[in-house]
Design a protein around this ligand. Structure first.
Ligand code: FE2
Length: 473
């Protein structure tokens, strides 16, 4: 059985292909259509997938009719439907179940609490599941309109950003704000994890105070603070009601790396699949159909540019220019560039941030992330766990030595690398450590502003002509 998992009609269409518990391919539609947050899959991604196998079954990540019923009930229009590309048996899985399966079946846990928090599935917005052996059972659910994700997205929109897309920018802005200024007001919207005083789905219409530029940062700080408090309350409820020590956390809310860091204070071990949002549910639906753990080897599952990891060339370029752009091997499945479609830079240089920002043309307040040799991580960052997919933001312990990868609040969104996880990136960091005494590089996504991560050789050519800047392949 070769299962094609599909996610569409959300804000990040994706497909995955698995065979006997092995992941053959997983990729995002946007990287083929070059349309950021593309809603639909396209011919190019399906053709690339067929290089890895021919599906015999299709698993779809939610129940479209159930979702339509909710949209129509709430006065909306449901005039879209998924495109099923091949005449094969199709099975539809519930939205939150696909999230839960994506998390649990890629984890190495056989006994865990599984939490899914997002904006909204069909009706569910927060669910808790018990994973034991190969079984996943529902334990708790909260339905629309009470929603962690809708709360966060509505405030993202209130401060002038794009909901469902730019939540990560608001998270970054929080470090520059004073959370106390709007704490009481924001808290009154979401006083308990299962109680909200407002339906956030259509945005916040009753905000009666002016919003200056600084207020945007203060609101961001208050929203992040309230979100973290409710998240802790919720996770403590989960721990007490399930008695589990291991946590699998999924759904779009699991992309909030600042809040995720707090989970280590509650659970013994935590697994967040590196693509916890709806795109990752293409893999979740396929795993749900398989019904067992699948062999998770890492997120490098997309388009293959081939080649050995160009360690020597990157080091030479870093010594010469302090910045090196690299595109090689298989593309990352998930929103983060984790070394195969990355801009790498010398984190010791305080001016490097501005130089990288100039290339990327992005907001100056946004932080850059460090990638560090796993065995050195605890000397540089306040962490006793690995963070292979940039999902946590521990405090930086030596900020003066690596100023360009420390955020305004003194934290860093760390990617740790061990030998097994990415041998090429590991040997690059090892050599960089020999040369500089610092086992860390700045790592940010390789993309043209407003466009998805670079994917194929055509994107590389476009980058070179747009920026007159070379990429090491
Ligand atoms: Fe979702």
């Amino acid at each position: 059985m070769i299962i094609l998992g599909i996610n569409e009609t959300s804000h990040d269409a994706a497909i995955s292909l698995i065979k006997d518990g092995e992941i053959l391919f997983a990729g995002h539609a946007e990287r083929y259509s070059k349309q950021k947050n593309d809603w639909y899959n396209n011919k190019e991604i399906y053709l690339d997938m067929l290089n890895y196998g021919t599906p015999t079954h299709i698993a779809y990540y939610e129940k479209p009719r159930l979702k339509h019923s909710r949209i129509i009930l709430k006065g909306g229009q449901a005039d879209w439907k998924p495109n099923i590309p091949m005449d094969l048996p199709v099975k539809y899985f519930k939205h939150h179940y696909s999230h839960a399966a994506a998390g649990y079946y890629t984890s190495n846990f056989f006994d865990a609490a599984i939490v899914v928090l997002d904006a909204i599935g069909e009706y569910n917005t927060s669910t808790v599941w018990i994973g034991e052996g190969e079984k996943i059972k529902l334990k708790y659910k909260q339905n629309y309109p009470v929603s962690f994700g809708l709360f966060y997205s509505a405030f993202t929109q209130l401060i002038g950003l794009m909901p469902n897309q730019e939540e990560y920018i608001m998270m970054g802005m929080a470090a520059y704000g004073d959370w106390k200024k709007y704490y009481e007001k924001v808290d009154s919207y979401f006083p308990k994890y299962h109680i909200q005083s407002y339906n956030f789905h259509k945005g916040i219409k009753d905000w009666d105070l002016p919003i200056t530029e600084q207020d945007k940062f203060d609101i961001a700080a208050a929203v992040q603070f309230v979100y973290e408090q409710r998240l802790i309350d919720f996770m403590q409820m989960v721990k007490h009601s399930t008695g589990k020590q291991n946590l699998v956390f999924m759904g779009g809310c699991a992309l909030n790396s600042k809040a995720n860091t707090l989970l280590w204070n509650i659970f013994k071990d935590v697994w967040i699949m590196p693509n916890p949002g709806d795109a990752g549910s293409s893999l979740g639906a396929a795993a749900a159909m398989y019904g067992k753990h699948i062999n998770w080897k890492g997120p490098y599952l997309g388009h293959d540019l081939g080649g050995e990891y160009p360690v020597k060339e990157i080091i030479t370029e870093l010594i010469r220019n302090k910045i090196a752009a690299v595109a090689t091997g298989r593309a990352e499945f998930g929103p983060r560039a984790l070394g195969n479609r990355s801009i790498l830079a010398d984190p010791r240089d305080p001016d490097i941030k501005d130089k990288v920002n100039l290339i990327k043309q992005r907001e100056l307040f946004r932080p850059f992330a460090p990638v560090v040799l796993a065995e050195h991580a605890s000397k540089w960052f306040d962490m006793n766990y690995e963070s292979p997919y940039m999902q946590y933001t521990p405090k930086c312990l030596q900020p003066d030595k690596i100023p360009s990868v420390v955020h305004a609040d003194g934290t860093s969104r760390v990617q740790t690398v061990n030998k097994k996880q990415h041998p090429g990136l590991y040997s690059l960091l090892s050599e960089w450590y020999v040369v500089t005494g610092v086992p860390i590089l700045l790592n940010t996504s390789l993309n043209i502003k407003g466009q998805p991560l670079l994917n194929d050789k055509f994107d590389i050519e476009l980058w070179k002509t747009t920026y007159k800047n070379d990429i090491i392949v």
